[in-house]
Design a protein around this ligand. Sequence first.
Ligand code: HEC
Ligand code: HEC
Length: 187
Amino acid sequence: MKKTTTLLAVLAFTLLGSSLAQAEEQTLLEAIFTPFRQKEFVPVTNKTYQDECGSCHFAYPPGLLPSKSWEKLLTAQALPDHFGENAELDADTLKEIREYALANAADKSYHKRSRKIALATENIDAPLRITEVRYIKRKHHEIPEKMIKGNKDVKSLSYCDACHTQAKKGVFDADTVRIPNYPDWDD
Ligand code: HEC
Ligand code: HEC
């Protein structure tokens, strides 16, 4: 009995400590309950990231990839050749965005979906795409190509917010999905 109580106390403090570390803009109360409550991704809170990384596609919450991926993607060498586009940034902007992404990466988060992404990428080379991550692939493998690539209002799986209506809030629950032009996709 005593052992269990001690264990629980240790666990609670560990979780509290880590959530405080990542809880820049949270109140203490929110920070305390965060690890017990949150399943979805932490939404983007950095305005520079939102503006610079949300102009060509949805600004991906950093909790969608592990830090080793952001380390590769967010460099002065990589960004001018970013998936065939020039996403170059000045040094100060890059520094801010890179630090923000690294601090909020999947392996730094206790939110359930981020933990799954961290786990799925733990022992492999850093993926450059979210859509390459095993966990994300598994969630989408049953969707026919005609509803993704063949769908003029989606184009590719990279445009999360085309189907996930609450993606900007970090919410990806199956209940919030609507595939454009296929209102009855799950019948
Ligand atoms: C000039 C346009 C442009 C800007 C600006 C841009 N991106 Fe991209 N990004 C792209 C394109 C194009 C793709 C590939 C989309 C596809 O395959 O359909 C992409 C893909 C990605 C992917 C992989 C998505 C997947 O398929 O899983 C990530 C991660 C990403 N971008 C992050 C960022 C971040 C972070 C920033 C801000 C530093 C950024 N992007 C800024 C054009 C851009
Ligand atoms: C073509 C539409 C479409 C696009 C684009 C898309 N998804 Fe999904 N996604 C779905 C569907 C449909 C499901 C639900 C599958 C099911 O019923 O379990 C889903 C499920 C998920 C789930 C699991 C939800 C749950 O309740 O377990 C996650 C996480 C997710 N998607 C993340 C993403 C991310 C991240 C992106 C962008 C990189 C993305 N999706 C792009 C259609 C899409």
